[in-house]
Ligand binder design. Structure first.
Ligand SMILES: [Zn+2]
Ligand SMILES: [Zn+2]
Length: 141
């Protein structure tokens, strides 16, 4: 008999962000309707939630990330040009690779995975770990 319950994994992930967890609890507690909507949209909510902001300079190709609450750009901290853009991630189901691209620019649908070249369309905000793996350096200015 197989009991494949996804909730422990979800709770584990949420438990890494105590503030988020309590916010979710409060939301669910106070508004059962939102709970219904919110929990059904759990995957979507997760996709638009991140702990960091990623940036790419279109001129010098410098890669940066900041804390979620810190926003930089469009001035690039490296070359001082106003060419810094925010990045988003596209998640590849095949090899679990996150392809990072500027938020505007490439059209979803024509995107392929950096690693296996399969088409990717599931947008997911990159997290700090994803941005580090992508090669970004942390900055606060
Ligand atoms: Zn630059
Ligand atoms: Zn792939």
């Amino acid at each position: 008999m197989q009991t494949l319950d996804p909730s422990p994994a979800r709770l584990f992930r949420l438990s890494r962000f105590p503030a988020l967890l309590s916010a979710v609890r409060l939301l669910c507690f106070a508004a059962p309707i939102l709970l219904l909507l919110g929990c059904k949209k759990d995957v979507a909510a997760d996709a638009s939630d991140s702990d960091a902001n990623g940036y790419l300079c279109l001129k010098c190709d410098a890669k940066f990330y900041t804390d979620r609450s810190v926003f930089i750009g469009p001035k690039c901290p490296k070359c001082q040009e106003d060419t810094l853009v925010e990045v988003v991630g596209y998640y590849c189901e095949k090899d679990k690779h996150l392809t990072v691209r500027p938020r505007s620019g490439d059209r979803a649908g024509s995107l392929v995975c950096d690693q296996c070249k399969a088409p990717v369309s599931a947008m997911r905000l990159p997290r700090e770990d994803d941005l580090k793996a992508w090669g970004a350096t942390k900055t606060s200015s």
